[in-house]
Every structure is written in structure tokens, then in C-alpha cells.
Design a protein around this ligand. Structure first.
Ligand SMILES: *Cc1c(COP(=O)(O)O)cnc(C)c1O
Length: 353
């Protein structure tokens, strides 16, 4: 028997990141007011900054990415309208069908390509003609980076082409940009440029950017006015929210560029995993901070494998019977990645023995 390890390297999610010292100081100092009255200067400053970074006329601070997506879809779609999105989209997969439950919006899913995109010929074919039998297609929703497609980045040309198609056919384009900052850093372009054709975006401050709470949605002034009304109706109107918005400002000002370090560590993890017997990973497809890999032997299954890692101080998430997700973030160093690789190698050896 070995003693339990005296460390934990937690790769379950980048949402686990803790606020930085600079965030805690900014939170303590934050000037606040009642944001439902529009009187919190720190929230207003965050919204101005976020709008500028995302290249939109206005932005709104919301408690979570899920609420940001829900509000955005409900601004664009009425009851019985249809939105086109990927079958692996977070909005479709992980948000309890909120748009259908609360807005009566019908999801029309198309298969995601392995790179996270939707084939634009498929999108075009899925857009409804004007016919009394059909719902009205209102929205195309894309995800960038794409979580279930391995943190893949949707490139600028694709984003532009998707927007052009949507607009030519009278649709709006929403981007679930929970990790849009990762996408922009990976591409070396500004989020504003990447989102130039998008009518709305929801972007998380609380993932790799390390803020404790919150997301922003952004769009034109009319979108944000309607989003603000929905936020209140859905219970997301917060009062002295400047206390948390202050951390969001630090996130945008100080925490975006360093995401490149996470991407480098993720690549190193992927390359190390690719060299191990019993693992399948296309390491060249790891573009940002998410690392998905498959176990190639029938035993252990992914859940048992993760349990074995956890006993050695490494936490990952099983995403199917055979696949595992490891997420790199600010609390994972290059040395931690080497330690993880050694522990994974040992767990695979022990399972094979
Ligand atoms: C995390 C995430 C969300 C939701 O954000 P929460 O703040 O957890 O509600 C939405 N979309 C994607 C792609 C995400 O990764």
C-alpha cells in the first residue's frame, strides 16, 4: 500500500481556476451600485471593456455562460422558431434544453465535423423555405472553441463564410464563445475580428481567464437592450455585482495572453499521451487547452481509469466509456504535465499487468 499523494493536479475543467491576487484586490476595492438600476460603475466598466474586446456595440454581464446562451437564443428566436446548431454543441448537449424549455425554440441539429464546424452546405440545406408546414429558421449557432470537438478552433474564414450565409438567408448568427479568448489567442487574431460577422456572442470570464463568476454577452444596442430585459426575467439581475465584475475586468486585462501557456502545456500533454501504449489521440488536433483521448484496451473503462488516476493525485473526467478529457489551466504547470504523464503511464502499465 502506498500513502495517498500529497498533491492534486486537477484537470477536470478550467472552471476550477481560482481568482488571482489582483482580482481579490480589485474585488475588495470595487466601487459598486445597484446594477439593476444600471448604477454599478464597475459593472458598467466591465461591459464597456467587454464590448470593445468583442467588437460589439454593447455588452451585458451575466452570471453564467449557460444564461448567456439562453438569453441570446431567446432574443433571436420566438416560440416555434428553429435554430440550427451542431449535435455536439454545448447549447444542445449540456444546457438542459433550456431554449426549448423556456423559449419554445426548436433545435435543428446537424452533425459537427471533426474540426467543430458545421458543413455550410448542410446548413444551407437545413434552412427552411417559406411554407405553412415549416417552422421559421431564425438562428445559426456556432461554438468557438468547440468543447466536444476537442477544443478545436473555428478559423476566421469559416466564421466569415458562416456569417455571410446566415445573413444572406435572413438568419442571425450566435457564437457560443465560452472559450473565444482561447480561439483568438490560438489564431493570433483579436476576438473582435474573429466575431466580426456574429450578431451575438456569449463569452466566459470564469474558465481559463480565472474570474470567480460570470460571463458576458455582446451584440448591437438593440440585442443588449432585449438581453437586459430577459436577464431580469430569468432571475439574473444582480445588485452590487461590481464586486464580481471587478474580477472580470482583471480577467480581460491581464489573463488573456497567458492562455498561450495553457495551449503549449496541452500540446505537450497530448504529445506525451500519444507516445503511450493504450492511448489513442490525434495530438496534432490539440489546438487549445482541451485534451481528449481514448483508451484503446477494453479494460479499464474510462471511469475506472480516472478513479485509478485520482488515487495517484490526478483528476480527469470520463466523457464516455472509452474517452477521457483533461483540461489545462493556470494551476497546471509544465512540470505538472510531466508528472501527469508519468502517472498515466504507470496506471496504464498497472492495468495491462
Ligand atoms: C462552460 C461552457 C458553457 C457554459 O458556461 P457556464 O458558465 O458553465 O454556464 C457554454 N458553452 C461552452 C462551450 C462551455 O464550455
Amino acid at each position: 500500500m502506498t500513502n495517498p499523494p500529497d498533491f492534486t493536479i486537477d484537470l477536470r475543467s478550467d472552471t476550477l481556476t481560482q481568482p488571482t491576487e489582483a482580482m481579490r484586490e480589485a474585488m475588495a476595492r470595487a466601487e459598486v451600485g445597484d446594477d439593476v438600476y444600471g448604477e454599478d460603475p464597475t459593472v458598467n466598466a466591465l461591459e464597456t471593456l467587454a464590448a470593445e474586446r468583442l467588437g460589439k456595440a454593447a455588452a451585458l454581464f451575466v452570471p453564467s455562460g449557460t444564461l448567456g446562451n439562453l438569453i441570446s437564443v431567446l432574443v433571436h428566436c420566438g416560440r416555434g422558431d428553429e435554430m440550427i446548431l451542431g449535435a455536439d454543441a454545448h447549447i444542445f448537449y449540456y444546457e438542459q434544453g433550456g431554449a426549448a424549455a423556456f423559449g419554445g425554440v426548436q433545435p435543428r441539429t446537424l452533425p459537427n465535423e471533426v474540426d467543430g464546424t458545421l458543413d455550410l452546405a448542410h446548413v444551407e440545406a437545413a434552412i427552411r423555405e417559406d411554407n405553412d408546414h415549416y417552422p421559421v429558421t431564425r438562428l445559426l449557432a456556432l461554438e468557438n472553441t468547440h468543447n466536444r470537438c476537442g477544443g478545436r478552433v473555428l478559423g476566421m474564414d469559416y466564421m466569415d463564410a458562416a456569417a455571410e450565409l446566415a445573413h444572406a438567408r435572413g438568419l442571425r448568427l450566435h457564437v457560443d464563445g465560452a472559450r473565444i479568448w482561447n480561439a483568438a489567442v490560438a489564431l493570433g487574431v483579436s476576438p473582435a475580428r474573429l466575431l466580426a460577422g456574429a450578431d451575438s456572442v456569449s463569452a466566459c470570464l470564469s474558465k481559463g481567464l480565472s474570474a470567480p463568476v460570470g460571463s458576458v454577452v455582446a451584440g448591437d444596442a438593440d440585442f443588449v437592450r432585449r438581453a437586459r430585459r430577459l436577464r431580469k426575467a430569468l432571475g439574473g439581475g444582480m445588485r452590487q455585482a461590481g464586486v464580481i465584475a471587478a474580477a472580470g475586468i482583471v480577467a480581460l486585462e491581464e489573463m488573456v495572453e497567458r492562455l498561450a501557456d495553457d495551449h503549449a502545456n496541452a500540446r505537450r500533454l497530448a504529445e506525451g499521451l500519444a507516445a503511450l501504449d493504450g492511448v489513442r489521440i490525434a495530438s496534432s488536433t490539440v489546438q487549445t487547452n482541451l485534451v481528449y483521448f481514448d483508451l484503446t484496451r477494453p479494460s479499464p473503462d474510462a471511469a475506472d481509469f480516472c478513479a485509478a488516476l485520482e488515487r495517484q493525485g490526478v483528476r480527469m473526467g470520463a466523457t464516455s466509456a472509452t474517452s477521457v478529457r483533461a483540461v489545462i489551466h493556470r494551476h497546471v504547470s509544465a512540470a505538472d504535465v510531466e508528472r501527469v504523464l508519468a502517472i498515466v503511464a504507470e496506471a496504464l502499465r498497472a492495468a495491462a499487468a
